[in-house]
Structure formats: C-alpha cells, structure tokens
Write a protein that binds this ligand. Structure first.
Ligand SMILES: NC(=O)c1ccc[n+]([C@@H]2O[C@H](COP(=O)([O-])OP(=O)(O)OC[C@H]3O[C@@H](n4cnc5c(N)ncnc54)[C@H](OP(=O)(O)O)[C@@H]3O)[C@@H](O)[C@H]2O)c1
Length: 275
C-alpha cells in the first residue's frame, strides 16, 4: 500500500493536469455536488464541467445553484475527457453500457460507486480507456476527505497524474488494490456515521454541564481533532496514548467490529449487484 498525502489538505493543490480537460459528472447527488464544488474551488471553469442527472429537477437545481451546464448523458460523453460516475451503484453498469460505444483512447472513467468492482467496470469499458475507482466520503466537501483509489488496466502515468489532480481537490488519497475497496467502504464510509454521534454526544454532555452549544461543540470538535493529531503526528502506540488518560470507557473490539461489519455490507452490496 502506498500512501500519498500532502501537508495542507484544506488548500486546492496541484490541479494543472486538469486545466485543459473537460469533465462529465454523471449523477449530481451528494458526491456529484461535492465534485462540482471542489473542482470549481480548485479553479476549473464552469465550461469545463458537464453534469448529467436522472432527475431533471435536481439537474436544474444544480445548474441554477452551481452554475455548471447540465445536459443529457449522450451530449456530455461526446465532449468529455474524464467521466466521473457518481450514480448509485445499481445505475453504474447501465450508464456505462450506454456510454461505452462512444468512449475512446485518451479518456478516463472514474467510478465512485461502492460494490462495483474494477473487473466488472473493465468488462464494460473498452480498451484502451483508462479506469480508476475512488471511494469518496463527505469530508471532501471541505477538502479534508480521505479517498482510497485503485487504478485499473490502461491507466498510464499521464492518466494517473490526471486522477491524482482530481484527488488533490478532495483531500488526501491512498493507493490501494481493488480487492481492498470494501475495507475502504468500511473505514472511510462508516467513519462519518460513527464519529458524528460521538461528537454530538460530547457536545450534548457539554451543554448539559452548562456550556453554550457553540462552546460545547468547539471543545468537543477540538478534542476529536487533537486525538487525531496525536495519532497522526506521533508514533505512540495505542497503549501509550491511552496511558495518557486514566479512564478507558470504550470497547475497542466492539468498535472494530462495527467497521468490519460496514466492510461486510459493501461485500453484500457487491453480491446483490451480481459481482
Ligand atoms: N455519499 C457518500 O458518502 C459515499 C461514500 C462512498 C461511496 N459513495 C458512492 O458514490 C455514489 C454516489 O453516492 P451519493 O451519496 O452521491 O448518491 P445520491 O445522493 O443518491 O446521488 C446519486 C445521483 O445520481 C442520480 N442518478 C441515478 N441514476 C442515474 C443515471 N442513470 N444517470 C445519471 N444520474 C443518475 C440520482 O438520481 P435519482 O435520485 O433520481 O436516482 C442521484 O441524483 C454511489 O455509487 C455511492 O456508492 C458515496
């Protein structure tokens, strides 16, 4: 495994490889909107970004609110260099079946879907189109996402540089093998779902003790960020870090089980999609 991280994840980083590219975002839900916002924040022009969504009303809202052009799938694919597939998993293969006859050399398809393997994508996408999978998460909204990426067949150095430029707009990235993607769903996907309630509970406890909601949220969030910094910025073992406090309340094995179950659900999703 090869970690590619950068010192200042909040700033738009090196995106030069995308400067003359046109990107089509297929699916303008949570992840599609984050992609649009991060690409715009990194300096891409609205006319470089095309968006397609199954829901015309959602498409119109995205065009109105974010200023990008929303168009039918077949219009976008004729002119895009990079396709970002952010539809729900079950729509990925039908979407690619429509697009594939129009794809050619020099283009890149990036799937953000859980449960749709690289092997399945490569069955549909013709050679020599480059393929990559990114497992996104909502922290990319502020450029602080952790985005595991797997590269497929035909992803040349030039293609990887373009994918990395996209990743740079989203936060940090880590290169993994495709068969490790379920782990990525478990760890990065489930993190928000499990850490946010802890943050909310800590905030509520502060409020119950008499702090203002703003102060309680600040203290709770700073503590969480500080614990993360302890893990990132030192090489202390977990035992050494835990020894800094006198009370140990959580059952680490139970917490590990929660994240393993999230990875297991990703495998079940893949099975339900016929993988
Ligand atoms: N959200 C996360 O944190 C997260 C984390 C990891 C992975 N992912 C992956 O990212 C992908 C997108 O997730 P999301 O949370 O953004 O989902 P979402 O909010 O449901 O957005 C998906 C969008 O795609 C549209 N769509 C469906 N079929 C389409 C088609 N054939 N062509 C064009 N647009 C189509 C949907 O429209 P309708 O609503 O009308 O169907 C919806 O607007 C999923 O594959 C998911 O596995 C998401």
């Amino acid at each position: 495994m090869n970690r590619e991280s950068f010192p200042s994840p909040r700033l738009p980083r090196e995106v030069a490889a995308l400067q003359d590219k046109r990107l089509a975002i297929i699916g303008a839900g949570v992840i599609g909107r984050i992609l649009i916002q991060r690409l715009r924040a990194a300096g891409l022009r609205n006319n470089q970004i095309m968006v397609c969504d199954a829901d015309p009303q959602r498409g119109a809202r995205v065009q109105r609110e974010l200023g990008v052009k929303v168009c039918p799938l077949t219009d976008a694919c004729c002119r895009a260099d990079i396709w970002l597939i952010s539809t729900p998993p079950k729509a990925v293969i039908p979407t690619l079946e429509t697009l594939s006859p129009r794809l050619g050399e020099g283009q890149i398809v990036i799937s953000f879907a859980a449960g749709v393997s690289m092997a399945r994508l490569e069955e549909i996408i013709p050679e020599p189109v480059a393929v990559a999978r990114i497992m996104p998460n909502a922290l990319s909204l502020i450029g602080r996402g952790v985005n595991p990426v797997a590269y497929g067949r035909d992803c040349t150095l030039d293609g990887r540089v373009q994918v990395q430029a996209l990743l740079n707009t989203l936060g940090d990235s880590i290169v993994i093998e495709d068969d490790q993607m379920d782990w990525a769903v478990g760890l990065t996907g489930a993190s928000m779902r499990w850490l946010l309630p802890v943050l909310e509970g800590m905030t509520q406890a502060g409020v119950d003790a008499g702090l203002s909601p703003t102060d309680a949220r600040w203290v709770a969030a700073k503590m969480m960020a500080g614990v993360a910094a302890l893990a990132l910025e030192t090489d202390m073992s977990f035992e050494e870090m835990k020894a800094l406090t006198s009370v140990n309340t959580a059952d680490e094995k139970a917490i590990a089980r929660i994240f393993r179950e999230a990875a297991h659900r990703a495998r079940e999703l893949a099975a339900s999609l016929g993988e």
